[in-house]
Design a protein around this ligand. Structure first.
Ligand code: 5GP
Ligand code: MN
Ligand code: MN
Length: 334
């Protein structure tokens, strides 16, 4: 990887150089945690003109509002138009940066930190490790190479990122190195119980009832995905309005759907506009859902992927169904 070039890009910043950190649209724990943790590290290095941002409305999900470093956040509309250095976090391609993608052209240098196998290497310097469990693993390695010691604030951000993307150390990417990193982060004195409760186990009562309603309408299709089964449900803007909930509360819904024993593949189809749906897909291992997502204009990891779909729910799910058999891993594709 381009470690030396990345260290040099930070080291060669002019005094008072402006640094803009960007993470992907609808930021999750890894996007925000790796970005803010790295930002706090840059601040420790003495970088003073420093902004963190993401495309779209500047709304941070409730569970991440207490993250250290949120004071670095600015709305996308106020982000430096021509920073000396731009650093992108957890985005596999420029399209995940929305309207902020133009900063890659106007910045003095562009650094990409990511862990998606599908990463298009859209920066001038690319630190992309598809084997890393989270972008925060890459961020921590770069901080170490920059000589930034971990403190509790940096560690909390990186820990949130690591636990989010490993499903609290349950997924296959949870290597010994992941646990060693977690141990270094915990050694700073952060409180894993408090952090996990805030990130994973706290939601408004309205969201609990909304989940109940949406889970009740889930459908199981045992014959889909070459007999491995598909379970799916959907949530509309009207569902959100009736329960007075923000769209981001639905991010956790896939975890309640994907536990279905009879299905390998799970989907949640979330309405974002009258004619537009954000689709989350998960697989237990028999199907490469990133292939389905890529075929439908999105991306992600083999067993966790997504895309934006247009039309009705049935049309969107119909398109997923049509791609499933071709995405069965090691299956005879006939
Ligand atoms: P989630 O279902 O949690 O939103 O996303 C799971 C994975 O799929 C993430 O790694 C994310 O990068 C990817 N993903 C989700 N939605 C999209 C999308 O609309 N486009 C692309 N390219 N990737 C997506
Ligand atoms: Mn992410
Ligand atoms: Mn990630």
């Amino acid at each position: 990887a381009d470690w030396a070039a990345a260290v040099a890009a930070v080291g060669q910043l002019p005094p008072d150089g402006r640094v803009l950190l960007i993470c992907h649209v609808n930021p999750d724990g890894d996007a925000l945690g790796s970005m803010l943790g790295f930002g706090l590290g840059l601040r420790r290095l003495g970088v003073r003109r420093l902004q963190a941002t993401f495309p779209g409305p500047p709304e941070v999900p409730e569970s991440f509002r207490e993250l250290p470093g949120t004071d670095l956040l600015v709305p996308a509309t106020r982000a430096y138009p021509d920073p000396d250095l731009v650093i992108c976090f957890d985005a596999a391609s420029g399209s995940r940066l929305g309207e902020l993608v133009d900063r890659l052209e106007t910045a003095g240098a562009a650094l990409v930190l990511d862990h998606h196998a599908s990463n298009t290497r859209f920066g001038g310097i690319n630190l992309v490790d598809p084997h890393a469990a989270a972008t925060s693993v890459v961020a921590e390695e770069l901080l170490t190479r920059l000589g930034v010691p971990l403190d509790a604030a940096i560690a909390e951000c990186l820990y949130v990122a690591l636990t989010t993307d490993t499903g609290s150390f349950r997924f296959e990417a949870t290597t010994p190195a992941v646990h060693r990193l977690a141990a270094r982060l915990l050694a700073t004195g952060i409180r894993p119980g408090d952090i996990s409760r805030r990130i994973f186990d706290t939601r408004p009562f309205g969201a609990v009832r909304l989940f109940g309603e949406v889970l009740c309408r889930a459908r199981l299709e045992p014959a889909a995905a070459a007999g491995r089964g598909l379970v799916w449900t959907y949530a509309t803007l009207d569902d959100l309005a009736r329960h007075d909930q923000r769209p981001y509360v639905l991010e956790a819904l896939i975890d309640s759907v994907r536990c279905t024993a009879e299905a390998d593949v799970s989907c949640v189809v979330k309405q974002t506009r009258p004619d537009e749906w954000a689709v989350s897909m998960r697989s237990k291992g028999a199907v490469d859902v990133s292939a389905v997502a890529v075929a439908l204009g999105g991306g992600g990891h083999r067993f966790a992927a997504g895309f934006t779909g247009r039309g009705t729910v049935d049309e969107v799910v119909g398109r997923i169904r049509a791609e499933l058999d071709g995405a069965v891993i090691g299956g005879d594709q006939g």
